[in-house]
Design a protein around this ligand. Structure first.
Ligand code: DCM
Ligand code: DCM
Ligand code: DCM
Ligand code: ZN
Ligand code: ZN
Length: 265
């Protein structure tokens, strides 16, 4: 996601934290964040160049046209190093944050502030359908389209344009209204689904493989569907895909909160 997608996920998540998790997050956030998780949710994008190793941790490449995901097959880098994808990163930073409970945070061998900022960002990214996309088009980065009259790549349409167009048309060009609308859906239409989103298999603190499998399916069913090189994407695409974007942002926020609640429970 771009800035607003990440801010939405993190604001939804922070509003759903247990007391213990809210306290831990408050302790771990940098002073300058002023206890606002949303203000640091794009930090991981700003350090991609500085922490070069981290740039491969934002996505998963899956086999072209298969529309399935398998951790052992897909979660590795070009040198076939295992775990080097967004699902592996979520597991890794979840494990690091679990040490908050045993060691006092200042004595952990890890930088738990960075672990929290990475985990909050990556649980957002794994819910962007094209962050679990096909290998040869790099998750839609090599597919040129038009977003209305503007030249764009398909990946960027899903990171930014659908969200920005929704904000302009429906929410006074503002992220607050979009977040409020998603929060409304969470407490009404999606209330029964939310309990399922929050659950993770027994003994697991994080469940990234579930989210990644949903992601590639959504990529095939909604992001790639009907799109080819040079396609013009306008109202029909926008109106049918916006509900999917809202759903994935909601799931990302609910699951980030549920994961932090399990970690710091
Ligand atoms: N920030 C950012 N990009 C940067 C630097 C800062 O988005 N390159 C945002 C996120 C940071 C916040 O401003 O957490 C304040 O930064 P700091 O806490 O380092 O003062
Ligand atoms: N941060 C950190 N360790 C670093 C870099 C950043 O704990 N090596 C935390 C504190 C920063 C926040 O992330 O205020 C945002 O960083 P930045 O200003 O680089 O975006
Ligand atoms: N990306 C992706 N899959 C890839 C490569 C990149 O999902 N195989 C994402 C990461 C960024 C965006 O696409 O969000 C742009 O990547 P880059 O800056 O590497 O072009
Ligand atoms: Zn992206
Ligand atoms: Zn990212």
């Amino acid at each position: 996601w771009g800035n607003d997608g990440h801010v939405a996920v993190c604001r939804i998540a922070q509003s759903r934290l247990s007391e213990a998790a809210a306290d831990a997050v408050k302790q771990l956030l940098p002073e300058s964040a002023d206890n606002d998780l949303g203000s640091v949710c794009t930090w991981a994008d700003h350090v991609k160049f500085h922490y070069h190793w981290s740039s491969a941790l934002h996505f998963i490449d899956t086999p072209d046209n298969l529309c399935t995901y398998q951790y052992n097959r897909d979660c590795k880098d070009e040198d076939r190093v295992k775990g080097r994808c967004v699902a592996g990163a979520i597991n890794n930073y979840t494990t690091q944050l679990l040490s908050y409970n045993s060691a006092s945070s200042s004595h952990s061998e890890y930088n738990l502030t960075e672990a929290l900022l990475f985990l909050s960002h990556f649980i957002g990214d794994i819910h962007q359908p094209l962050h679990v996309g096909f290998t040869s088009d790099r998750g839609g980065n090599t597919i040129d389209v038009h977003w209305y009259t503007r030249k764009q790549v398909l990946h960027h349409v899903w990171d930014n344009n659908i969200i920005e167009t929704a904000e302009e048309r429906f929410y006074n060009s503002n992220i607050d209204g979009l977040v409020d609308a998603i929060q409304q859906n969470i407490t009404t239409d999606w209330a029964d689904l939310v309990k399922k989103w929050e659950t993770c298999s027994a003994n697991n603190t994080a469940c990234p493989d579930v989210y990644a499998s949903e992601g590639i399916k959504a990529a095939c069913d909604w992001a790639y569907k009907g799109v080819s090189e040079g396609s013009i994407l306008e109202d029909e695409y926008f109106n049918s895909r916006l509900p999917i974007v809202k759903l994935r942002l909601a799931q990302g926020g609910v699951r980030l909160a549920a994961t932090l609640n399990r970690i710091f429970g």
